[in-house]
Write a protein that binds this ligand. Structure first.
Ligand SMILES: [Mn+2]
Length: 393
């Protein structure tokens, strides 16, 4: 059986005031959907964070609707989806009883978990085991709701993810008929894995790390949450990574779809298909005039989302707007040169507190353009200050 594992689509995400829905639609239309046929995918797993937030924009919901409809109705490929910490699980799974007969299985919460869904391939049966994102206390209640003597999984009154997932893993494995191949799906932070800036902590305070052992014994575990594609404690316990780069610290990452081939004996082999995004996310570093004059660089950047790090130690006036005239999608500017000066040379930082507003502005003019205000300019600024002061009163 060939499974396509993906996660963390974050549909409806905003990147520096820019909706990424069109970029997401581009990859899903031009790569994801064709790939299902080209690579002869038998099942799709999405391991959480379908949406970027609990109440996503309409365009994001429409994109989701259109993609799952085509996978289920046109291509007739079973699709297994769990909720992540960005999703509203309850909203995500609305309609699940109607969808399941079409092969679209969605578990946003723990409420309708009823053991694994079993799918056949040429060698026999494979169990797909959902573990949708949930608070550790809810998971503990779900696992031991019917038992009088539930084990104490709390440390200082807090349920620990690690302990809860260890027991949950045991519980889920116990639901898989003996000897059957199995695929677990979870949205969790496995200890030792590498984080990116665009992930949101699973809980505020407390530990949300889970030992990889919670997922041992499955033929494959499809993880979501971390945005960098990576293995987590074993070759067959993996994060597919996010659909696109969602922060500048991911600029150097290669996003991918993960193809997983499960053989007759439950062995899994992995192939990563690089994501072909419409726009890349990149960091450009250098001196302002060099960047402004580098036509080859402007060409290379095209419509990519760019962060510029300026190495200039002198201030650059209106830098962002001027850079955007050459590289349209400069999203943000970092003044690394200025920061370095301020860090290393504390004595260079004058004490401004004794200066009046007018003197301070005069010094700013000198620093910004290398010459003092002319008499006419000074008069104009004086008049402005008078007006501001009056309005404040
Ligand atoms: Mn995520």
């Amino acid at each position: 059986m060939r499974i396509l594992h993906t996660a963390d689509w974050h549909l409806g995400r905003i990147f520096y005031a820019n909706y990424l829905t069109e970029d997401q639609a581009y990859v899903l239309e031009h790569q994801f959907l064709p790939l299902l046929k080209e690579a002869r995918v038998d099942a799709v797993v999405i391991a959480g964070d379908v949406y970027d937030r609990a109440v996503p924009p309409v365009e994001a919901v429409e994109l989701w609707d259109s993609v799952v409809t085509r996978v289920a109705s046109d291509k007739r490929i079973p699709m297994f989806v769990i909720g992540g910490n960005h999703d509203s699980g309850a909203r995500l799974e609305v309609g699940h009883t109607l969808w399941a007969p079409s092969g679209l299985y969605v578990w946003g919460t723990l409420r309708h978990l009823q053991g694994p869904v079993i799918v056949n391939d040429a060698y026999g049966e494979i169990a797909f085991c959902p573990m949708p994102f949930s608070e550790p206390k809810s998971i503990a209640n779900y696992l031991f709701a019917d038992e009088a003597n539930s084990p104490d999984m709390t440390t200082h009154g807090q349920h620990s993810y690690d302990e809860v997932y260890r027991l949950w893993g045991d519980y889920v494995r116990g639901q898989v008929p003996k000897g059957m191949r199995s695929v677990a799906m979870a949205h969790a932070f496995v200890s030792g894995s590498a984080e990116s800036e665009s992930e949101r902590p699973l809980i505020i305070g407390g530990s949300y790390a889970v030992a990889a052992q919670a997922f041992s014994g499955f033929s494959y575990t499809a993880l979501g949450h971390l945005h960098r594609p990576q293995r987590a404690g074993s070759e067959v316990i993996r994060y597919s990574g996010s659909l696109l780069k969602y922060s500048f610290d991911e600029a150097a990452q290669r996003k991918s779809f993960t193809l997983v081939d499960i053989d007759e004996k439950g062995g899994a082999t992995i192939e990563q298909i690089p994501v072909e995004a419409r726009r890349d996310v990149r960091i450009v570093e250098g001196a302002f005039t060099d960047i402004m004059n580098d036509e080859a660089l402007h060409q290379r950047c095209g419509d990519d989302y760019v962060m510029v790090r300026l190495t200039d130690t002198a201030p650059v006036i209106d830098g962002l707007a001027r850079l955007r005239s050459m590289i349209p999608q400069v999203m943000t500017l970092e003044l690394t040169g200025r920061m370095a000066v301020n860090d290393s040379d504390e004595d260079m930082t004058p004490n401004f507190y004794h200066l009046s507003e007018r003197d301070l502005f005069g010094q700013f003019a000198v620093a910004a353009r290398g010459e003092a205000l002319t008499v006419k300019e000074a008069q104009y600024i004086d008049a402005l200050w008078d007006r501001i002061n009056k309005e404040e009163l």
